[in-house]
Design a protein around this ligand. Structure first.
Ligand code: ADP
Ligand code: MG
Length: 442
């Protein structure tokens, strides 16, 4: 029976889909009215349920001649064993250690002036692995780094199936090493990463800041791969120079090849990205609604996507299409002038919380050090994060235009010179604000 099910499923899918998604898929248990399957990767399990659920149902009905229920379990341990066998890491079963998100391809990436260079270089790297080595890709949170680096992975899997491509986050790299130490298998870890990889796609390298042991490991891995002409791609939320508490020898290696930065998208590109995201969800949103979302969430496309999903879900549940008014209500952004007011209110609220002062103090003339500090940080954020004009910032904090301009410049200088205290304060306020916004999306 097991064979029948598997064969019948296989016959309905093309070879690539089968190999990518069903490589570790198997029948675990057959009962009178239901079947339990197992698969070795959580991400793939969810994907199979979502995309192939009805196909699996149909197949079971054909094989058993009646309606059968099914469930897919996640079975990690056996897999672990398998991936530790002598076989190359990813060959034949490319997605075990490299759970690429199928959406994150070059085809689904919108190119604009902000990411043109990063995109073209990524494509070149994918076409000629080893030529631009290493490729260091950086940019702010949610601007498309993971998308591009996974797109390189997809491209290679498709066009160069014999290459052993590994995508992993730096956190995962660290965990793999820690695990291997616990199990007394460091030698195997090294063998795997240094000798059994043709292309290493390492995401979020800033995670290794201050972790010297793993940096040393990465250094040797890097050298080994680099010296044998293997492609290395590294992503980070900041440029190599700004990887403070990072070994200099690694930083200089990161800069040896091509360094590309993704900037924040302009409004037009952001609108195109929003349109693409909605299309990928098989949904539709009105053009003015897309424009509204694009204008508010261009600094982080993950939040942009969260906002769109929220609207799409609302449409599906309420069965009515979201108009501009409804969208601004749902996203707590308003489409017209009031937006500035609410943004300003949120900022003042955040400053009071983070600096532990009252609204009266921050809006008044107090010369207390904390209050002055909060104001400086507030002006900087109002200008740089919310894009308020100097005039608006001056009004908000009741200061003259030149004072505001001078203050913001001073804070900028402090940040650029690496002043940790000021940077922390800014981060805290921004985090407070973004947490508040993203909480609305859950
Ligand atoms: P990062 O890794 O830089 O934090 P991600 O790659 O995770 O950002 O991108 C965040 C979200 O935005 C993802 O859903 C991604 O698919 C989407 N995205 C980013 N840039 C683009 C783009 N140019 N075109 C389409 N989608 C994009
Ligand atoms: Mg990322």
């Amino acid at each position: 029976m097991r064979e029948n099910i598997i064969e019948s499923l296989k016959s309905k899918l093309n070879r690539r889909v089968w190999e990518s998604w069903f490589g570790t898929f198997d029948v675990k248990e057959i009962n009178t009215d239901y079947v339990i399957f197992q698969v070795g990767n959580l991400f793939i399990r969810d994907w199979l349920e979502k995309k192939y659920g009805s196909l699996i149902s149909r197949t079971l009905r054909e094989v058993f001649g009646k309606q059968m229920n099914f469930r897919i379990d996640y079975a990690p341990s056996q897999l672990q064993e398998e991936s530790e066998q002598d076989e190359p890491l990813v060959k034949k079963r490319p997605l075990i250690l490299t759970p690429l998100n199928p959406i994150l391809t070059f085809e689904n990436f919108v190119v604009g002036p902000n990411n043109m260079f990063a995109y073209s270089t990524s494509l070149e790297v994918a076409k000629n692995p080893g030529k631009y080595n290493p490729f260091f890709l950086h940019g702010g949170v949610g601007l498309g780094k993971t998308h591009l680096v996974q797109a390189i992975g997809h491209y290679l899997f498709k066009n160069n199936p014999d290459l052993r491509v590994v995508y992993l986050t730096s956190e995962r790299f660290l965990n793999e090493l820690v695990d291997s130490i616990k199990k007394n298998k460091v030698q195997e870890f090294r063998e795997r990463f240094r000798n059994k990889i043709d292309v290493l796609l390492l995401d979020d390298v800033q995670f290794l800041i201050g972790k010297s042991g793993i940096q040393t490991e990465l250094f040797h891995t890097f050298n080994e791969l680099y010296n044998s002409g293997k492609q290395i791609v590294v992503c980070s939320d900041r440029d190599p120079q700004q990887l403070e508490k990072f070994q200099d020898r690694l930083v200089s290696r990161f800069q040896m090849g091509v360094v590309a930065k993704i900037e924040k998208p302009d409004e037009e590109t952001c609108f195109k990205i929003a349109t693409k995201m909605v299309q990928l969800e098989d949904a539709q949103l009105k053009e003015d609604v897309l424009k509204l979302v694009a204008s508010h969430f261009s600094d982080n496309l993950r939040r942009l996507r969260g906002a769109l999903i929220k609207l799409i879900m609302y449409q599906q549940i309420s069965n009515e299409s979201v108009d501009l008014q409804k969208a601004s209500e749902l996203l707590s952004v308003s489409s017209l002038v009031t937006q500035k007011v609410s943004v300003e209110e949120k900022l003042i609220d955040a400053l009071c919380k983070v600096f532990n002062i009252t609204q009266k103090e921050i809006l008044g003339k107090s010369r207390k050090r904390t209050v002055m500090n909060a104001k400086q940080v507030g002006m900087f954020i109002a200008k740089n994060h919310f894009g308020l004009s100097l005039r608006q910032v001056a009004e908000l904090f009741d200061r003259s235009h030149p004072t505001v301009s001078h203050t913001i410049q001073k804070v900028e200088e402090l940040v650029n010179s690496g002043n940790v205290a000021v940077k922390n304060q800014i981060d805290q306020v921004v985090k407070y604000l973004t947490d508040k916004v993203s909480n609305q999306f859950v």
